[in-house]
Design a protein around this ligand. Structure first.
Ligand code: NAD
Ligand code: LMR
Length: 329
């Protein structure tokens, strides 16, 4: 019997992340090797032709799991029946743009998209926001979707998580497959806090293995937190394949669960855990089971971590105040 395909909506489909993402979704890497998918691509009018070109290439791959591609510039059409929505398209910061301008411009994208999700998506909709500023864009979309459970809106910090895994692996000489329980806290921005104090490296406490607070403070944390800017500087464009890879990881984990004895990081709605103001979409250590993320509870937070978590959460609160002031939430 043929399975009903899962409807996956991707916004910003003609952009560079879209190009790195769509083929992997269609090949089964987003949801599973036996899960058929239908792609709904949302672009602005200027992006439609390029999205059509990508759709031609998707056709030419003859992916057995791909059961259709629709392309539109209307969010109400793109999110109709969506089970998974990857909100990638966003307004980048351009020269001379203040932070408030950026939030306002993105509000013009994420508010109507949140409303379209509210009105047209499937009951089991899961939303991942990739487009920056990802946490606050997710908050805007979530606020515009009062009929959708708030926890279905998430923001991507899996790329930061993967970056931290890789840096810790290089430092310790232990393969990433043997590193567990790393955490990214806070905002997907330079204030984020990659935390190794509960992480395990080949079964041993990572902070004890590293045993070098100076390296943590002066090398590890800034390298992870400023990696996005370093890639823009080196490539002349922001990370694309690694961002698409992290989006795949985030949704795959959300749907299929975290491995026993490990957790991951995701921007999820705060329930007030760890002193993070309720309602913010902030990165936490999370497990996933039965299609739900849960914040890992009961971790002891030392002074080193506390100050850094608080600083990133403060930035999220300021962003929330700014979008509230603009009437976006
Ligand atoms: P890009 O400029 O190559 O592509 C963005 C695409 O979005 C363009 O094709 C554009 O036409 C489209 N778009 C713009 N407004 C839209 C709208 N209202 N509806 C539908 N489509 C729309 O950018 P990119 O490199 O693909 O990056 C996309 C976003 O992801 C950026 O905001 C970037 O900063 C962000 N990003 C986030 C992370 C993360 O870890 N969270 C990592 C990398 C990049
Ligand atoms: C990244 O972390 O690579 C991106 O968020 C950087 C950016 O500003 O697009």
């Amino acid at each position: 019997m043929t399975r009903t395909p899962v409807n996956v909506t991707v916004t910003g489909a003609a952009g560079q992340i879209g190009y790195a993402l769509l083929f992997r979704i269609a090949s089964g890497q987003l949801l599973g090797a036996d899960v058929p998918v239908k792609l709904n691509l949302l672009e602005i009018p200027q992006g439609l032709k390029a999205a059509e070109g990508t759709a031609m290439e998707l056709d030419d791959c003859a992916f057995p799991l791909l059961q259709g591609i629709d392309i539109t510039d209307d969010p109400n059409v793109a999110f109709n029946g969506a089970n998974v929505a990857l909100l990638v398209g966003a307004r980048p910061r351009t020269k001379g743009m203040e932070r408030g301008d950026l939030l306002e411009a993105n509000g013009g994208i994420f508010k109507p998209q949140g409303k379209a999700i509210n009105d047209h998506a499937a009951d089991d909709i899961k939303v991942l926001v990739v487009g920056n500023p990802a946490n606050t864009n997710a908050l805007i979309a979530q606020a515009a979707a009062p009929d959708v459970p708030a926890e279905r809106f998430t923001a991507m910090t899996r790329l930061d998580h993967n970056r931290a895994l890789s840096q810790l692996s290089k430092k310790t000489g232990v393969p990433v497959a043997e590193i567990a329980k790393l955490t990214i806290w806070g905002n997907h921005s330079a204030t984020q806090y990659p935390d190794v104090f509960h992480a395990e490296v080949a079964g041993k406490n990572a902070a004890e293995v590293v045993n070098d607070e100076q390296w943590l403070a002066e090398t590890f944390i800034p390298t992870v937190a400023k990696r996005g800017a370093a890639i823009i500087e080196a490539r002349g464009a922001s990370s694309a394949a690694s961002a698409a890879n992290a989006a795949i990881d985030h949704v795959y984990t959300w749907v299929n669960g975290t491995p026993a004895g490990d957790w991951t990081s995701a921007g999820v709605v705060s329930d007030g855990s760890y002193g993070v103001a309720e309602g913010l979409i902030s990165s936490f250590p999370v497990t996933a089971k039965d299609g739900k993320f849960e914040i890992v509870q009961g971790l002891e937070i030392n002074d080193f971590s506390r100050a850094r978590i608080d600083a990133s959460v403060k930035e999220l609160e300021e962003e929330r105040e700014a979008v509230r002031g603009l009437g976006l939430i």
